[in-house]
Design a protein around this ligand. Structure first.
Ligand code: GLY
Ligand code: MN
Ligand code: MN
Length: 467
């Protein structure tokens, strides 16, 4: 990964300015995680830590003080370990490479932290994100307390650093958007590749399995330099598409059935998240196309509702309205039971076939951080009884969208076999997912879809797959 010390130094300065006089922040990266015996899962840094350092090695901590001083703890140079595991940056090279003011060996962490915490007003760290972190900090604070007789003051406040970092990460800067656009482009091409090659194999009468399509995705991700899939790829053939968190398995990909692929790469720490649904052999059947057009119309309505000043929930509400009307028209919702669109929405009649939300934030993490309630309105709580569960739901006004926020727009439609719905639609699962950058750029109408290098238009999909 390329590092750009100035960029990360500027982010650290923004955080430092929010720590207050006498504030100190502690941010560890992720631990290495054992897979089995002496094999580890591939290491993935902690997103908060990476956001502030651009440093992707394990065994590292950042300590930042309110006066803007940054101290990195990292693994020492070690000829023997580097022979086995690869080059380490080491504390001597870290200040020049990462722009931190000071770097020390991570073995000194327990010895140095108590002294660093002495006489501070508040200690900030990410709450509820690292197992054992609170206890570790508590241990250091205990040591500060033991020095109280010598005049050491113990920080009186502990503050959640996520509150600061989540707000910063929610609005992407130019560097982040550049990476997200590249990740989106790679993922879009990977979807196109899987569609085309899958259709070719299916039409040739080969024994095509979901994992064959997954292999095409992974090939394209890695060919273009993406380090990992951003999440477990969903490649769901036929009825499997109705299982929301299905993973690519070994089910056959049969002509006449749809395939749903929800997959995106992670490039230099940034995720993409795309879903396309397409006919295995490249040609939609009539009922498949009917449902597909409905999901697409819902997505278009959601996209039209995504603009600066709108609320986070607006795209979802727009999608639900279109989907619900379509379900009534197609006989998926019983008109006798729900005589009007408003009633079907109020009673959540659509939920049998659309049971997830339309959007989530996207960034370093596929379900990225960032509050979903508007911060200035968190005091405005309303209550309603959910018509399906009977539970009381407490709601706050949802977030106002601002330029630089990135969210997915991913309505779907899932029809399981049931005597309540026409059997032509049974076992069809459709989702269409794009990544949208909220923007006031006049070239766009409120949002830029960064994942449209692979089309959602059913005719364009058929044409692509015929090629
Ligand atoms: N792939 C996970 C999601 O769409 O949210
Ligand atoms: Mn998503
Ligand atoms: Mn997805």
């Amino acid at each position: 990964m390329m590092t750009n010390p100035t960029l990360y130094a500027a982010r650290r300065a923004r955080v430092a300015a929010q720590l207050g006089d006498g504030g100190i922040a502690i941010v560890p990266t992720a631990p290495e995680r054992p897979r089995n015996r002496d094999a580890d899962f591939p290491f993935r840094h902690d997103s908060y830590f990476y956001y502030l350092t651009g440093f992707a090695e394990p065994g590292a901590w950042l300590v930042l003080t309110g006066d803007g001083h940054s101290l990195l703890f990292c693994r020492p140079k070690d000829m023997e370990r580097e022979t086995w595991d690869g080059i380490r940056l080491g504390p001597d090279a870290a200040p020049a490479a990462l722009g931190v003011d000071e770097a020390r060996c991570v073995d000194e962490l327990d010895q140095r932290l108590p002294r660093l915490l002495e006489n501070r007003a508040a200690v900030w760290y990410p709450f509820a994100t690292h197992a054992g972190l609170h206890e570790r900090i508590d241990g250091w604070l205990c040591q500060v307390r033991q020095r109280a007789r010598h005049g050491a003051l113990v920080p009186e406040a502990q503050r959640d650093l996520c509150a600061v970092l989540d707000e910063m990460r929610l609005v992407k800067d130019a560097h982040e958007l550049e990476l997200m656009r590249r990740a989106a482009r790679i993922s879009a091409n990977a979807h196109a590749r899987a569609m085309q090659r899958g259709a070719r194999m299916v039409r040739a009468g080969q024994d095509v399995r979901e994992y064959h399509l997954e292999a095409e995705l992974l090939h394209e991700f890695r060919r273009c330099g993406a380090q990992f899939p951003a999440y477990g790829s969903i490649v769901a053939a036929g009825a499997n598409a109705c299982v929301l968190h299905y993973r690519a398995g070994d089910a056959p990909v049969r002509p006449g059935e749809l395939v749903l692929i929800d997959a995106g790469c992670e490039l230099d720490g940034y995720a993409s998240d795309i879903t396309r649904t397409f006919p295995a052999d490249g040609k939609f059947t009539g009922p498949q196309r009917e449902l597909y057009q409905l999901a697409l119309a819902a997505q278009q309505a959601a996209i039209a509702a995504t603009r600066p000043g709108a609320r986070f929930n607006d795209p979802h509400d727009a999608a639900v309205k279109v989907l619900t009307q379509g379900m009534i028209d197609l006989g998926l919702i019983d008109k006798n039971q729900h005589p009007t669109l408003d009633d079907a929405i109020a009673q959540r009649a659509y939920f049998a076939h659309y049971m997830h939300r339309t959007s989530h934030w996207l960034g370093m993490d596929v379900h990225d951080c960032g509050g979903y309630a508007e911060p200035s309105e968190t005091g405005q709580v309303s209550e309603r009884r959910d018509p399906l569960s009977g539970e009381i739901i407490r709601e706050r006004p949802s977030r106002i969208l601002r330029p630089g926020m990135v969210l997915t727009i991913e309505p779907g439609l899932y029809v399981r076999p049931s005597d309540k719905v026409p059997n032509a639609f049974w076992n069809i699962g459709i989702r269409i997912e794009d990544d949208a950058l909220v923007t006031d750029d006049p070239r766009f109408d409120g949002c830029e879809l960064i994942t449209r290098d692979v089309s959602v238009d059913p005719d364009a999909i058929e044409a692509l797959m015929a090629g």
